[in-house]
Design a protein around this ligand. Structure first.
Ligand code: G7M
Length: 335
């Protein structure tokens, strides 16, 4: 176990699960969640290629709105056996058969057919915006734009970081922790991302959440943070190799700019998994970040960083008002 001196802690603590929602006096506690109590009011986004749908609605007898996100799971190789898809209970409905070609709908046993479900309750306007389908723009954030437009905005309006503090303070997701270094300055917690079931190697997705508070994003990083970043790279990859048998050369380790949550965290995903937010406009490889800082201490203070901005975000209005993005008015489209 770690003694708080930046040592390793491969034995993750196994604390009793706390129901945050009860503790904070709002939200749903586990034993209350029943999807039959959910009345959908609006489909916010139905992504047919990613097979994810986000639905807005209400839970019976609960004030405020909720968002339910349903996602078809990736195939697990273990399920491709006579106990999974190819079991006696699997039913096939025939669409057509023609010569050597057959087209069917398969109804496998329910245990291999789970739908990953995320519930956000109570959901804020910002959550509704995040999960709604909308137009996206790319802007170039100079250091001046950061200081005058982005920073004042995020100090005023950012997602609540309570879930992050709950993990760091041992109140939530403790049974999911993969690695824990408890050092105040260089410590971090490695935990499966909300989007990962924690099992399927093909979709591996973990987050390293730093213990130090006040590092908002890559914009704040400099030489002082190199030991922390290198520790995360070294100890994070070792913990993943030990637990999931995935070598560091098959991991994509990166930071988002802009992140959704302004408390420094690093994403670890399986290289062959096309996780959301891995593309050039959002993702900065940890190796590159370390190298840029090694070349120039003030790199992330001086660099112009691109980022994407969605039309429903309030930051979009700020950048639009200042002439950095052009929105085509609906009545002009097609004229
Ligand atoms: O875009 P950004 O770098 O801020 O990504 C934040 C990550 O945190 C996303 O990949 C989310 O899926 C993940 N995440 C968000 N929440 C609210 C939770 C949570 O409660 N638990 C865990 N484990 N991950 C979360």
């Amino acid at each position: 176990m770690s003694d708080g001196n930046c040592q390793n802690d491969l034995e993750a603590p196994c604390a009793k699960k706390v129901k945050i929602d009860d503790k904070n006096g709002h939200g749903l506690s586990e034993n209350q969640i029943e999807l039959k109590d959910f009345t959908p009011t609006k489909i916010l986004n139905n992504n047919s290629s990613k097979k994810i749908v986000s639905v807005l609605g209400n839970f019976k007898d609960k004030s405020g709105v909720a968002i339910v996100i349903l996602e078809k799971n990736a195939f697990k190789e273990d399920d491709l056996s006579s106990r999974g898809y190819f079991s006696e209970e699997t039913k096939l409905r025939t669409f057509f058969q023609n010569d050597i070609y057959g087209n069917f709908e398969c109804f496998p046993i329910s245990s291999v057919n789970a739908v990953k479900t995320t519930i956000i309750y109570p959901a804020t306007e910002k959550h509704i915006s995040k999960y709604s389908k909308q137009e996206v723009h790319l802007v170039l954030e100079t250091p001046e734009c950061y200081e005058t437009l982005t920073l004042p905005h995020l100090q005023k309006e950012q997602f609540n970081l309570q879930w992050v503090y709950n993990i760091l303070e041992g109140k939530s997701e403790q049974d999911r922790i993969v690695y824990n270094n408890t050092c105040d300055t260089e410590g971090f917690v490695l935990v499966p991302d909300l989007k990962w079931d924690g099992l399927t190697k093909e979709t591996l997705y973990l987050l390293a959440i730093v213990r130090q508070r006040g590092i908002k994003s890559i914009r704040d990083l400099n030489e002082e943070h190199l030991p922390l970043l290198k520790r995360i790279r070294g100890e994070g990859t070792k913990a993943i190799l030990d637990k999931y048998k995935v070598p560091s050369t098959q991991l994509r380790i990166y930071l988002h700019y802009q992140p959704s949550f302004y408390h420094l965290h690093i994403h670890f995903t399986f290289l062959q998994h096309e996780a959301p937010g891995i593309y050039a406009e959002k993702s900065h490889l940890l190796d590159t970040v370390i190298n840029n800082i090694e070349i120039m201490n003030s790199y992330y203070k001086k660099v112009t960083l691109p980022f994407t901005i969605r039309e429903m975000d309030t930051l979009f209005n700020i950048y639009e008002t200042n002439g950095y993005v052009k929105k085509i008015k609906a009545d002009l489209i097609g004229k």
